[in-house]
Design a protein around this ligand. Sequence first.
Ligand SMILES: [Ca+2]
Length: 151
Amino acid sequence: MISIKKILFLICITGIPYSLYRDIHNGPVTESHHKKEAETYRLHSKKETPPHPFVFDGCTGFPDTIFRYDFTEACLEHDIAYWLGGTSAERKEVDTRLAQAAAADGLTGTVFGIMLYAGTRTFGDSFIAKALGTNWGFGYNGTTSHDVQSQ
Ligand SMILES: [Ca+2]
């Protein structure tokens, strides 16, 4: 019998490094419906269009799916919010929403939500995220307006 602890351990030692490799090697896959979702989200949040186009790389540094759990849509919304950027309070809100989306699917989902929350809070605006181009406000990377927006 495989325990939940063993599954989480396997995800940490294989899934996360594999996801990072995938993110770096394959790069983002931004389809037209991703762009449409991004535009709808942007209009709803009443934010300006960042200078760089929206790109979606799935759940950065985390598997998009684990068994029956599929985090793709939640990660898409999270990536769109990260593309737009904003205040640190807004960032905490979208990190929380990602965790809640995962947690909506039972106890195991809650554990994945905690992992996603810890990961996004720790690395979401770190040098690693900046190197991957997935940091908070990545639509403004390399522009001065990002500095203004992330205050
Ligand atoms: Ca991502």
